[in-house]
Design a protein around this ligand. Structure first.
Ligand code: FDA
Length: 513
C-alpha cells in the first residue's frame, strides 16, 4: 500500500486501472463517502436483522453494468485481499449476500437484469440480477400460456434463487428452478466468462442448486419455459381447531403428496387472539394452485379430500400470472407491480428467522398438538409454520440430477418462520430462541441422518464454516443436510474451479486441500 492510504483506496485505483473503460466503472462504484452508499446497500436488505449499526458493512459496493466490471472487481479483490459477496435479490435469510466478518466488497447485480424471452423456442435468457416478478411479467407480455418454474415471492433474485435450487407454484409439475435451466453465463475466479459448453457438465450441475456464492458469479441463466393453461384455479380454506383443523392436517399429510402434479398443496398454521376470551386459537389454512379450471378441480378434491369440504365459493379462476399476484397478496393490483424491486411483504415483521425440515412419515396427533402449543407462545404471535407437499415430479427426478437432493420419499417440507418488529437485539433473541426450541421439539418427527434442510432457507444454526480455513469435516455438518451425498461432488467441483477458496462465506462449499 502507498503510505497512509486505506487498503480500499488501492483497491479503487486497481479497479480504474484494470477496467477497460474507467469512466464507466467509476459510475458503478459506491464507497462509504458516496451519498448513495446507504441507499444502494439497503435497497435489497430484506431482513432488517442485518441492517443494524452493528452489522458489518462493505468497504465498497460495485454494481457492474458490463462484464469487464465483474472481471476488474474479482481481479482487484483478490489482489487486495478483500472478500466478495455477490447479491442478486438480497433475500438470503442470513444476509450472506451483503454481510461478512472480514473486509469485503458487495457485487450487486441490480444493473444486470435484462430478460429476453423467445416464445417460439420456449426459452428465455435472464440476467442473474432480474427478480422473479420481472421474469414472469416479461414472459406474460408475450404469452399467457408459458411460464418458468420459479418461486412465489416476486422480489426474489433469480441469481440466488436458482443457485440454491428454487421451488414455487409449479415445482410438483416441472421441478425446481435449477431443473429448468439449460445454459448459463458464468464468471470464474480468474475472470473467465464461461457457458455450459466451456464450463463443462460438472460445474453446470453444481451451480444449479449447490448454493450461491461458492463457485463464482452467475451472470445469466437460460431458462426453459413451461406450458401453463390459460385458466388456473386458486383456493384457500381456513379452519380453526374447533372446526376440526387437527384431523384435516392429519389427513392432509396422508394424501397431499399424492394429489395431481398440477397442484401445490400447502397448509399454513398460525395463532390468532380469539375474540371471545382473549386466548389464542390456531388457524390452519389449506391452499393450492391448480393448473386447470374449478370444474376440473372440484371432483378431484371431492374424491381425494372430501373432509376439507372445498366448495366453488372457495375457489377463483384466473390467469397464471394473476395467480402470482394472488399468492403475493397483491390481487387486483396492476401486473406492473411485479416489476417493483423494493416492494416488501406486507405480512409479518421485517425481522425474521427461518428454518426448514423434511418429513418422511406422517407425524402423530400428539406431535401436532405440541406444535400448536408452541405456536400459542407469546413469541409466536406472528410466526407461521407451513407444510408444503412434495410428490409429483419430485418423486421421479433422481437425487443426483442436480445438487438439490430432496426428491422421492418426502411427504412434505416444513417452513418455520418467526418474525417480529422490534429492533433491539435482546428482544430479537427471544424470537430466535423460540425458533430453536420448536426445531428441537420437532427432532423425533422429521428426517434423520442427515436431518435434511433446504439450502435456500439458509440457517446458520445447522452449522457454519470458520472465518479463516474452511474445513471439509466442518462443512460436511451443514453440507450433508442441504445436499446429502451430492455434497462430495460439490466439493470436487469447488476444488477444480476455485482451489484457493476465493469465493467463500459461512456456508460455502470448501475445496479439498
Ligand atoms: P441474495 O442476493 O441474497 O443471494 C442469496 C445467495 O446466493 C447468497 O449467498 C449470494 O451471495 C448468492 N448469489 C446471489 N446472486 C448470485 C449470483 N449471481 N451468482 C452466484 N451467487 C449468487 N425460496 C424458494 O425456493 N421459494 C420461495 O417461494 C421462496 N420465497 C421466499 C420469500 C421471501 C420473502 C424470502 C426472503 C425468501 C424466499 N425464498 C424462497 C428463499 C430464496 O429463494 C433465497 O433466499 C434465494 O437465495 C434468494 O435469492 P436472491 O438473489 O434474492 O438472494
Amino acid at each position: 500500500f502507498s503510505m497512509g492510504a486505506l487498503p480500499h483506496e488501492d483497491f479503487l485505483q486497481c479497479l480504474s486501472l484494470r477496467s477497460n473503460d474507467s469512466s464507466t466503472i467509476s459510475s458503478v462504484i459506491y464507497t462509504r463517502n458516496n451519498p448513495s452508499y446507504s441507499t444502494v446497500l439497503e435497497s435489497t436488505i430484506r431482513n432488517l436483522r442485518f441492517n443494524s449499526t452493528n452489522t458489518p458493512k462493505p468497504l465498497v459496493i460495485v454494481t457492474p453494468s458490463r462484464t469487464s466490471h465483474f472481471q476488474a472487481t474479482i481481479y482487484c479483490s483478490r489482489k487486495h485481499g478483500l472478500q466478495i459477496r455477490t447479491r442478486s435479490g438480497g433475500h438470503d435469510y442470513e444476509g450472506l449476500s451483503y454481510v461478512a466478518k472480514v473486509p469485503f466488497v458487495v457485487v450487486d447485480l441490480v444493473n444486470f437484469r435484462s430478460v429476453d424471452v423467445d416464445v417460439e423456442n420456449r426459452v428465455a435468457w435472464v440476467q442473474a440480477g432480474a427478480i422473479l416478478g420481472e421474469v414472469y411479467y416479461r414472459i406474460a407480455e408475450k404469452s399467457r400460456t408459458l411460464s418458468f418454474a420459479g418461486g412465489v415471492f416476486h422480489s426474489i433474485g433469480v441469481g440466488g434463487f436458482i443457485s440454491g435450487g428454487g421451488f414455487g407454484l409449479l415445482f410438483r409439475k416441472y421441478g425446481t428452478g435449477g431443473d429448468n435451466v439449460i445454459d448459463a453465463q458464468f464468471i470464474d475466479v480468474n475472470g473467465r466468462i464461461l457457458d455450459r459448453k466451456s464450463m463443462g457438465e460438472d460445474l453446470f450441475w453444481a451451480i444449479r442448486g449447490g448454493g450461491g456464492g461458492s463457485f463464482g458469479i452467475v451472470l445469466a441463466w437460460k431458462l426453459k419455459l413451461v406450458p401453463v393453461p390459460a385458466t388456473v384455479t386458486v383456493f384457500s380454506v381456513s379452519r380453526t381447531l374447533e372446526q376440526n383443523a387437527t384431523q384435516l392436517i392429519l389427513r392432509w399429510q396422508e394424501i397431499a403428496h399424492q394429489l395431481p402434479d398440477e397442484m401445490n398443496p400447502d397448509v399454513s398454521m398460525f395463532s390468532v387472539n380469539s375474540t371471545q376470551d382473549g386466548r389464542k386459537t390456531i388457524i390452519a389454512s389449506f391452499s393450492s394452485l391448480f393448473l386447470g379450471t374449478i370444474d376440473e378441480l372440484l371432483p378431484i378434491m371431492q374424491q381425494r379430500f372430501p373432509e376439507l369440504g372445498l366448495s366453488r365459493q372457495d375457489c377463483s379462476e384466473m390467469s397464471w400470472i394473476e395467480s402470482i399476484l394472488y399468492f403475493n397478496q397483491l390481487q387486483n393490483q396492476p401486473l406492473e407491480i411485479l416489476l417493483n424491486r423494493t416492494f416488501r411483504n406486507p405480512v409479518g415483521g421485517q425481522y425474521y428467522k427461518i428454518k426448514s425440515d423434511y418429513v418422511k412419515e406422517p407425524i402423530s396427533e400428539t406431535a401436532l398438538n405440541g406444535l400448536f402449543s408452541r405456536l400459542s407462545d407469546e413469541e409466536a404471535s406472528s410466526a407461521i409454520i407451513i407444510f408444503m407437499a412434495y410428490g409429483g415430479i419430485m418423486d421421479r427426478i433422481p437425487e443426483d440430477a442436480t445438487p438439490f437432493p430432496h426428491r422421492a420419499g418426502n411427504l412434505y417440507k416444513i417452513y418455520y418462520n418467526v418474525n417480529w418488529q422490534e429492533q433491539d437485539n435482546v428482544n430479537s433473541q427471544k424470537y430466535i430462541d423460540w425458533s430453536r426450541r420448536v426445531y428441537n421439539y420437532m427432532t423425533p418427527f422429521v428426517s434423520k441422518s442427515p436431518r435434511e434442510a433446504y439450502a435456500n432457507y439458509r440457517d446458520l444454526d445447522i452449522g457454519s464454516n470458520n472465518v479463516g480455513i474452511t474445513s471439509y469435516t466442518q462443512a460436511s455438518v451443514w453440507g450433508r443436510k442441504y445436499f446429502k451425498n451430492n455434497f462430495d461432488r460439490l466439493v470436487q467441483v469447488k476444488t477444480k474451479i476455485d482451489p484457493e477458496n476465493f469465493f467463500k462465506h459461512e456456508q460455502s462449499i470448501p475445496p479439498l486441500h
